[in-house]
Design a protein around this ligand. Structure first.
Ligand SMILES: Cc1cc2nc3c(=O)[nH]c(=O)nc-3n(C[C@H](O)[C@H](O)[C@H](O)COP(=O)(O)O)c2cc1C
Length: 372
């Protein structure tokens, strides 16, 4: 139904500016997030449950390993509805210390021949303080308390555009303090190509200073409890030696995992390049993201979990990501093109792979069974 009716209507309505479709969908989802009966109907129609899909990663229990990548629900307004659609976890944000409008519109471009998007959103969001106030005053939706639709929520933190690079650490710490009570994990975004110079925070020294400070602050905020995991999200445009630096810093600072990857500025292999600036996502990113996950997995040798993201457009891509060493995966662009059905498609295929004991999934099976 999504690809036959909903998508054509939405895409036609938002031909000039694809962001219109995004806001229309977000408004519906945000509304649904406050209507428990509707959430139950959405969950009954979409969510796919099988205990064999559950897994424990960085100390959190995920009902299934297919998450929504950062940037879709920037202000965390539709989390319960996204859970009802069947995601195993959602990364809300990216959130910055200061509210910011992002780049002028249009700033999202569809590349249907490539099942890809180019975006230069520039992290528009309400700002960490305002989001925290709203979350504190919003009763937790009933559905979010029900086991079947309770999923881990990550908050992704980024640097405000107005903050100079050498003051970035304080910016991230501010957002972490504000949002700490509302997340299960936090991802440090140093890889958005649309905030000037942000990617320079991936260099060894600034990354060590940033991640070290954030991990220490999470431990302080946790008090006697176990600190919530801090992840770092990297760019697909890093060289292998830069990735070696990220690995070294991640291990030294005690982050909980690595999210790979963000969008790319590379345009090779496109059927049609519209010549728009921004980050490219979707199918053309798949090979590079997969290669990076494989490289990370080989070099980390199980010391840190990896969330694989980039160009996953169906069950086969998802399986390749797990084969490459991802513990969890995230999708964004394929969710836009294919609708929520893709979550169920991937999860169903994973269950089949687990049931037939395909090598990459045999261990997950044992792990998931041991938690039942
Ligand atoms: C419109 C749009 C907005 C995005 N916003 C963010 C963001 O705020 N933070 C971030 O880390 N990644 C952001 N991303 C990148 C995605 O989280 C993801 O890493 C990337 O799109 C690759 O996955 P995909 O090929 O499944 O889309 C955005 C992507 C798109 C298409």
């Amino acid at each position: 139904m999504f690809t036959v009716i909903v998508r054509p209507a939405l895409f036609r309505l938002s031909r000039r500016d694809p962001e219109i479709a995004h806001h229309l969908i977000m408004r519906q989802l945000a509304l649904a997030a406050h209507l428990p009966p509707l959430l139950r109907i959405i969950a009954a129609a979409n969510a796919y449950h099988d205990p064999r899909l559950a897994r424990e990663v960085f100390g959190l229990r995920f009902p299934n390993p297919v998450g929504l990548a950062g940037g879709f629900d920037k202000n965390g307004r539709a989390l319960a509805a996204l859970a009802a659609l069947g995601f195993g976890f959602v990364e809300a944000g990216g959130v910055t210390r200061f509210p910011q409008p992002g780049q002028p519109r249009p700033r999202i471009f569809r590349l249907p021949q490539d099942e890809a998007l180019i975006n230069r959103m520039g992290l528009p969001n309400e700002g960490a303080a305002a989001i925290a106030v709203r979350l504190a005053h919003t009763p937790r939706p009933v559905a979010a308390r029900e086991p079947r639709t309770r999923i881990p929520i990550g908050w992704q933190l980024a640097k405000s555009k107005v903050t100079p690079l050498d003051e970035a650490v304080d910016d991230y710490l501010f957002s972490l303090r504000k949002l700490y009570p509302f997340g299960d994990y936090f991802t440090i975004n140093v890889s958005s190509p649309n905030t000037p110079d942000l990617v320079r925070l991936q260099e060894r020294a600034p990354l060590a200073a940033l991640l070290g400070a954030v991990v220490r602050e999470a431990a302080r905020l946790a008090g006697p409890n176990r600190p919530k995991p801090i992840l770092v999200k990297i760019s697909p445009d890093l060289t292998w030696s830069a990735i070696d630096d990220v690995i070294a810093v991640a291990l030294a600072t005690g982050v909980g995992g690595i999210v790979a990857t963000n969008t790319t500025t590379d345009r090779s292999g496109l059927h049609h390049d519209p010549g728009e600036a921004g980050g490219l996502s979707g199918r053309p990113l798949a090979q590079r993201a997969l290669a990076i996950v494989r490289y990370l997995s080989d070099h980390l040798a199980g010391q840190l979990p990896i969330i694989g993201v980039g160009g996953i457009a169906g069950p086969d891509d998802a399986k390749r990501m797990f084969d490459a060493g991802a513990a969890l995966i995230q999708i964004y662009t394929s969710f836009i093109y294919q609708g929520p059905g893709i979550i169920k498609d991937i999860n169903r295929a994973l269950v089949r792979a687990i049931a037939s004991r395909e090598p990459a999934f045999a261990s997950e099976r044992e792990e998931s069974l041991s938690h039942e």
